[in-house]
Design a protein around this ligand. Structure first.
Ligand code: ASP
Length: 716
């Protein structure tokens, strides 16, 4: 790249001097957890628009040309191999921190992407020398501006590089009205600033493609073929609510794929043996912290294969991934946050020392639990096995009076778990636990507090109290409960949580109230410092789900008249021949060859063996799900592909955003997506979705319904 054409002296004149009131340097190299900007500064960010620049009217061809010349010519950055002590090198980055020791000595940090920290020392002996100009220029560049720095490598030390400054050239000026302070939290509209100024966020975004790269590598080694499938798909009643894309052809629309499921099955009939794709999927669902309307799956399918083959392949993917990541990343802790940073730096690609923390490296085969077992033991179909307690049925030992206190449900099942906090005898005592649990019970999440089967009840074991604090169970109840193996070793400070539920078999629901309470209590105890945080990764398979789940009226399902929908999707095969028979006699009892991969309470992905016979696929859709002819016709492409001698096949989709979130230790997929959508499905950076113009409506033959009509429809 060409050398700068503007002298340093001229640069110093052109750049406004830094206003030190507005810029606060950060103290820690790993910036701390994010806090909120004062309200007025957030307003400042919103109102200072690039388009509303007062300089706008003064811009001329001449000023534009000068500004462009000043900021646009710069030398290329040096290669990693050039970073040798005594060598002259060039670094590109942002001016991060500056310490002016005297007029003759200035230190600065340059933020470079994905490399070591670069510290610059500017000093000079003679006035008027190039070094003096460089020192002066360093003082003049507004903090956080992009710069090109040239200097001599004074020292290389692991992840840090010291440069003696020869020249610094700003490549743009960071404006004064953007306020940066330690732990700053920018509004969602300023995502670019959040990414730039939050080390954890940037590190997670940088780790994401490395995780993808490793997964891709393993699949390529296993002879899988990457195939891209269309994003403009068509509407089919596969299960989730879709996004439609109207076309200019009157009344015709595409739908965005909720997953490439149907295409990948067609590929199996095309003779592709192993397919994979990092697929963008779209679902118009209610959003939560771990859900986005558009998300990425690592989607795969195997021909001439069973569910067992797929599960083994996924285990290979996961078990090969973690050692590969441990070789590439250090995990760092900063305040409460913990995230990976690459070991690779500019220092000739050498690795730095490993920190204390590493990803656990799981071994295959992973534990398997049936859906029924997961629901019975943990009250959830994606159990977090780090939680050191299970649920136990206790209604047979509880006095009727106690049961009637916690529920009005007839003949309920009552279950309980015990949570044991870590007492220290000083600040954490049974008394402090009792106080904490009281507060927790007062602030239960709404679905628990307002549960129609009654809210959970908590009792604390305290040997100093009558019946050890469990007097509401009465003598008999106390004896019977403490004779159960699970509750025979109660200790002071142990908290028992009871919850009733209806006495009915599990039919595809995701959790029970006590299952939700188990997770809630565990995380609340950790947040209060009453239990240690675990960085373990507990992978397991949950298998043998019911094939069908009663309609909940939330997801559209397959739109059939049966009153139930496919638990996974309508292409999933029954588990055994007995289950095939149940399809005709008692379909709600049929189990599916459907498996979910779970880690630490997160459903990482799901898959199934597919129905590869068109006769059975049509039977399930028409006779079991009771789909209409029109609904069935939407799947004619798939039925045709199955009919053309499609081999047995099975597949899986790994939620890639969730995987990255789990591996980079964050609870929200928003932290691993550069431009995530808000809870309302909005992209606040570009402000989408946006209102359609009259012209667009006309082009797509659309009309906006009267507000009243829309509301009436929603009420139905
Ligand atoms: N298409 C399914 C999903 O998106 C995954 C699969 O069955 O392969 O959940």
């Amino acid at each position: 790249m060409a050398q700068p054409r503007v002298s340093m002296r001229r640069l110093c004149r052109l750049i406004p001097s830094q206003n030190s009131r507005l810029y606060t340097s950060r103290t820690s190299p790993q910036w701390q957890s994010l806090k909120c900007l004062p309200r007025n500064s957030q307003r400042l960010l919103h109102t200072s628009s690039a388009l509303a620049s007062p300089a706008g009217d003064k811009v001329t061809g001449q000023t534009l040309r000068e500004e462009w010349a000043q900021y646009s010519h710069f030398p290329s950055a040096s290669k990693a191999a050039d970073f040798v002590e005594g060598n002259k090198v060039t670094v590109h980055g942002f001016l991060l921190k500056r310490r002016v020791k005297s007029s003759k000595l200035v230190f600065a940090d340059i933020q470079v992407e994905n490399g070591p920290s670069v510290q610059v020392t500017a000093t000079f002996k003679e006035d008027g020398s190039p070094k003096q100009l460089a020192t002066k220029a360093l003082r003049a560049v507004p903090l956080y501006s992009p710069v090109c720095v040239t200097g001599i490598v004074a020292q290389l030390n692991g992840s840090r590089i010291d440069l003696d400054l020869d020249a610094i050239q700003p490549l743009n000026a960071f404006p004064k009205d953007i306020i940066v302070s330690e732990g700053v939290q920018f509004p969602a509209s300023a995502r670019h600033l959040q990414i730039r100024f939050s080390d954890p966020l940037r590190s997670r975004l940088l780790a994401r493609p490395q995780i993808g790269f490793q997964l891709r590598k393993t699949l390529n080694d296993l002879d899988f073929t990457e195939v891209e499938t269309p994003i403009l798909f068509k509407s089919t009643p596969e299960g989730a609510r879709e996004f439609l894309v109207p076309t200019r052809r009157r009344g015709l629309a595409y739908a965005l794929p909720q997953s490439p499921q149907q295409y990948k099955q067609i590929l199996m009939s095309s003779g592709i043996r192993g397919y994979y794709q990092f697929a963008r999927c779209f679902r118009d669902e209610d959003l939560r912290a771990d859900r986005q309307p558009e998300f990425t799956q690592l989607d795969l399918e195997m021909g001439f294969a069973t569910g067992e083959d797929v599960m083994r392949t996924v285990e290979t993917l996961v078990t090969q991934l973690l050692p590969a990541l441990n070789a590439q990343f250090n995990i760092v802790k900063s305040g409460d946050d913990i995230y990976p940073v690459p070991k690779r730096g500019l220092n000739n690609g050498e690795s730095t020392e490993n920190g204390d923390l590493q990803w656990p490296e799981p071994t295959a085969p992973f534990l398997r639990l049936t859906y029924d077992e997961a629901m019975t033991r943990f009250g959830i179909d994606k159990p977090d096995l780090r939680i050191p307690f299970e649920l136990h049925r206790v209604d047979h030992v509880l006095p009727a009076q106690f049961v009637s206190m916690i529920t009005h449900t007839e003949q309920p099942i009552v279950e309980a778990f015990r949570i044991r906090p870590e007492l220290d005898g000083e600040t954490v005592t049974p008394a402090t636990i009792a106080e904490f649990v009281d507060k927790l019970m007062d602030q239960l999440p709404k679905p628990l507090a307002k549960n129609p089967d009654g809210a959970p009840a908590a009792l604390m074991f305290d040997s100093k109290k009558p019946l050890c604090g469990l007097s509401s169970l009465g003598f008999e109840g106390f004896d019977a409960l403490t004779s159960m193996e699970a509750f025979s070793d109660l200790e002071d400070g142990d908290v028992l949580v009871f919850q009733a539920r209806k006495n009915a078999p599990f039919q595809g629901e995701g959790s029970t109230a006590l299952g939700v309470a188990r997770t809630h209590f565990y995380h609340s105890f950790i947040s209060a410092g009453l239990l240690p945080r675990s960085f373990d990764l507990k992978f397991l398979w949950v298998v043998n789900f019911p094939m069908f789940t009663p309609d909940d009226g939330i997801d559209p399902g397959q739109g059939g008249q049966a009153g139930f929908k496919a638990t996974h999707h309508p292409f999933t095969a029954p588990l055994t021949e007995a289950d095939v028979e149940l399809l005709a006699t008692d379909p709600l009892k049929a189990r599916a060859d459907h498996y979910d991969l779970v880690v630490n309470g997160v459903e990482l992905g799901g898959g199934s063996r597919r129905i590869h016979l068109s006769s059975m696929q049509e039977y399930v859709m028409r006779n079991i799900l009771k789909m209409t002819d029109a609904g069935l016709a939407q799947f004619s492409h798939l039925l045709e592909a199955l009919r053309a001698g499609c081999p047995p096949h099975a597949g899986f989709a790994l939620g890639f955003d969730r995987l990255v979130a789990v591996l980079t230790h964050t609870d929200s997929v928003r932290d691993v997506i550069a431009f995530p959508k808000s809870m309302k499905g909005e992209d606040l950076t570009v402000k989408s979705p946006s209102r359609m113009t009259a012209q667009q409506l006309e082009t797509y033959h659309l009309a906006i319904a009267e507000k009243k009509k829309v509301e009436e429809k929603q009420d139905v």
